[in-house]
Ligand binder design. Sequence first.
Ligand code: ADP
Ligand code: MG
Length: 194
Amino acid sequence: MTPEKAIEWMRLFNGKLQENKAYLSDLDTPIGDGDHGGNMARGMASVMENLDGKDFASADEVFKVVSMQLISKVGGASGPLYGSAFMGLTKALKAGEDLTKGLQDGLEMIQKRGKAEVGEKTMVDVWTPVLGAISEGQLTEELVDKAVEATKDLKATKGRASYVGERSVGHIDPGSYSSGLLFKALIEAEVLNG
Ligand code: ADP
Ligand code: MG
């Protein structure tokens, strides 16, 4: 992946987060503390400030900036989790691995930090099926939407939403929705096609 493609992906992700900032916080209101939109919008705005107008020799250098900014600028649980994911991606690409392996390492980092398994109503419930589809060359917007939508029926057993227990059922998980935006941006940037 070229650094230009990496920046394009991040630009599209940021655009979607800014557009959906209020909605993401609305999702985080009944099952959390209503800050997910603000957290992600602030974090990625700061990422873009640190990417724009700079020269990068490789995509891993771009993702390193993304990781550092998300870890340092986002107060919620999601900042360190996304930050870890981008660190996993950075290290894999730097070691010469491809994007698919890089994203798998990213998911591994999310799970190492957050200890969530599939079915606990977290971003892991989107990352897991999406990465499965990517490795089979089958990623579509519909698949992303389905994975995000499927978090609605789950009961949260990790993160802040686990505090409301049964009452988390019936609401889409905010971190899953923002992860859906990340993967839709990936499709739009045509990163997977080279
Ligand atoms: P906070 O919960 O600290 O307010 P955010 O609202 O920004 O942080 O992010 C909440 C999202 O983070 C959740 O919707 C969920 O997807 C994700 N999340 C929380 N805890 C975990 C975890 N242990 N593992 C994976 N993802 C998690
Ligand atoms: Mg929150």
